[in-house]
Design a protein around this ligand. Structure first.
Ligand code: ATP
Length: 360
């Protein structure tokens, strides 16, 4: 098993800073997901860990040993890509044993290994079937079996589920989780799909423009994103962010037009920051539509334009200026679409618009 440390890691392609000074440690046996939009440097980071790319600057350590100059085989990593590189004309068994035969492992040992890996992945029934006959989800399981049959120190996965259709993806996500726990191997997984990251990760690394924006356990990134980008990227529907203007007397206006009432405790904290602008962040599921304001809480007036159901939850849509926001409708569809949205103190997040960092 292995602990992976990335120290001031940089990988530049000409002027493109694909990975721009990353520092992070993946703990032994941890499942870490690198999450971010296309082009943010996730795959490049993974390829540097694998030894498939040389680094421009910085160091990579496995269990404290610098591996910069070691190739993938010497690092004892296994990598699974979005497109499973299997031999379609061979059966699953022969695909899985391929790396073991290449190593010259004795036949009895090979059999034991295949038995072990196929029981973890529950693919005993597929071993005699040709790859070309298997559905995509099963092909990816065989690819995974072939990767882990050698007992790698580190498992690296680059969007392994993105080629599957949504139905398979959901199922495979859960199976992946069980498999990783059963294998107990240090795992780095790359995806742009926040739901995948939320389901799978012990810890998520949020990336943008070659840099790490934030790291943390899925729940803490969801509940208390430390910056606007994480709040925007994690969660579906995404977090509401209201641009607010604070008058010298302390009155707050959303998008310059709509008075916002903050609770006594939040108003007090706000005063200490002495800001003229702030961003009020709240997840739609914590912003409740109500026919009356709650003076002890945080609220402002809205007029819903419509109501929609997303994953069995009723959401109301409303505009401020020309921007669309969402709130949660708790008690069935209201008869009157004019009312208030209310948020409790513990769910309100305030951000500094200058740097996008959380204030409270
Ligand atoms: P995606 O999910 O789209 O693959 P990513 O987050 O994995 O995105 P990378 O593939 O790591 O991002 O790419 C990061 C940046 O580095 C991008 O701007 C990309 O165009 C650039 N890049 C990656 N590989 C190379 C290369 N071999 N040569 C030149 N530029 C590259």
């Amino acid at each position: 098993m292995a602990r992976i440390t990335l120290e001031n890691l940089k990988k530049y392609y000409g002027n493109v800073k694909a990975v721009d000074d990353i520092n992070f440690t993946v703990k032994d046996r941890e499942f870490v997901v690198f999450l971010g939009p296309s082009g943010c440097g996730k795959t490049t980071t993974l390829r540097c860990i694998a030894g498939l790319e040389g680094v421009t600057e910085g160091n990579i350590y496995f269990d404290g040993r610098r591996v910069n100059n070691l190739g993938p085989a010497e690092r004892n990593i296994a990598m699974v890509f979005q497109f499973y590189a299997l031999y379609p004309h061979l059966n699953a068994y022969r695909n899985i044993v391929f790396p073991l035969r290449a190593q010259g492992m004795p036949k009895t040992e090979i059999k034991k290994k295949v038995k072990w890996v196929s029981s973890i992945l529950k693919i005993e029934g597929l071993l005699n079937r040709k790859i070309s006959e298997l559905p995509d989800g099963d092909k990816q399981k065989v690819a995974l079996a072939r990767a882990i049959v050698r007992n790698p120190h580190v498992l690296l996965l680059d969007e392994p589920l993105s080629a599957l259709d949504e139905r398979f993806r959901e199922q495979m996500r859960l199976e992946f989780l069980k498999i990783q726990k059963a294998l107990n191997v240090t795992t780095v997984y790359v995806t742009h799909d926040q739901r995948e990251a939320m389901t799978l990760a012990d810890r998520i690394v949020v990336m943008r423009d070659g840099k790490i924006i934030e790291t943390g356990e899925p729940e803490s990134l969801y509940e208390m994103p430390q910056n606007l980008f994480t709040g925007y990227f994690i969660g579906s529907p995404g977090m509401n962010f209201f641009n607010c203007f604070i008058k010298p007397n302390g009155d707050v206006f959303c998008e310059d037009v709509l008075p916002v009432h903050f609770s006594v405790s939040i108003s007090k904290k706000l005063k200490t920051y002495k800001l003229s602008n702030l961003i009020f962040g709240i997840r739609p599921e914590y912003l409740f539509f109500s026919d009356k304001p709650d003076k002890t809480s945080n609220f402002f007036a809205v007029k819903l334009v419509n109501i929609e159901v997303i994953q069995q939850v009723l959401y109301g849509n409303f505009y401020i200026d020309d921007k669309l926001y969402k709130c949660c409708i708790e008690e069935g569809e209201p008869t009157d679409y004019e009312g208030y949205v209310v948020a409790s103190d513990e769910k309100v997040r305030l951000y500094d618009p200058e740097n996008g960092k959380i204030l409270i």
